[in-house]
Ligand binder design. Structure first.
Ligand code: ZN
Ligand code: ZN
Length: 241
């Protein structure tokens, strides 16, 4: 997210009022800085990017006195009291799937080499809502409108990639609606593998592993992805670990 200074443009930061209200020590999540995020998965509401009282952008670094960050730096409004905004289940699902795909590909390193980021940045142009605009330049509300339009169309644009394994995982994430548990398990396992030398014996969570493998086999049996089988030996090996 970047602040373009325009009233209808993007701001530095978004927030979920309910997340802030539930925090013992309210803080702004790192993912609220991402232009691909428009909703809160915990409270099933839309994010906000402006103070509801003075309409200023959220710029906690501009505070002139030592007060908690959930007070607007301009008018002092307590952002925990802001009303929540509605977003449809279809928008939340798309948000979740894009987030999970990016999370997985950031860990595996493929996000650096494939065209996903440029496709995401071009969403406003692609969905025909804001011609020529980058996703980074739009307010939360404008991005919600883009997601609204995208959610009504097939997700082929999100699956398309030269790598058969990447396509397979994107399709599997979309087919299980951004299954947080499935992706979380895989992402955590990959991250551990990258950060630590494998221990001699690692405790295995049998039921979760079995759920992961069942989901994987279900995807493999889908006729739409049979053609991608050629590239899945690597995935099967990773799962076995
Ligand atoms: Zn929340
Ligand atoms: Zn304010």
């Amino acid at each position: 997210m970047r602040d373009d200074g325009c009233r209808r443009g993007s701001t530095w930061l978004q927030f979920c009022p309910q997340c802030l209200a539930e925090d013992a020590q309210p803080y702004f999540r790192r993912q609220w800085r991402l232009a691909i995020k428009v909703s809160c998965p915990h409270h099933r509401c839309g994010l906000r990017d402006r103070c509801p009282s003075c309409r200023s952008r959220i710029a906690v670094f501009n505070q002139v006195e030592l007060v908690p960050q959930h007070f607007c730096a301009v008018c002092g409004f307590d952002l925990r009291r802001a009303s929540t905004s509605f977003v449809s289940p279809a928008i939340r699902s798309l948000d979740r799937c894009i987030h999970d795909i990016c999370r997985l590909e950031a860990i595996t390193g493929t996000l650096l080499t494939n065209s996903l980021v440029s496709s995401l940045l071009a969403i406003p142009d692609f969905c025909g809502k804001y011609r020529g605009a980058s996703l980074l330049s739009l307010s939360t509300l404008a991005r919600v409108r883009c997601f609204e339009r995208l959610a009504m169309h097939p997700k082929d644009w999100l699956i398309d990639d030269d790598d058969a394994v990447v396509k397979l995982w994107r399709r599997s994430i979309l087919s299980v609606d951004g299954h947080a548990t499935l992706i979380g398990l895989l992402a955590d396992a990959l991250q551990r593998e990258r950060q630590e030398p494998p221990p001699a014996k690692r405790p295995q969570r049998t039921s979760e592993l079995s759920m992961l493998l069942t989901a994987y086999l279900r995807v493999m049996e889908d006729p739409r992805v049979l053609s991608a089988r050629k590239g899945t030996a690597h995935v099967s090996t990773s799962l076995a670990h």
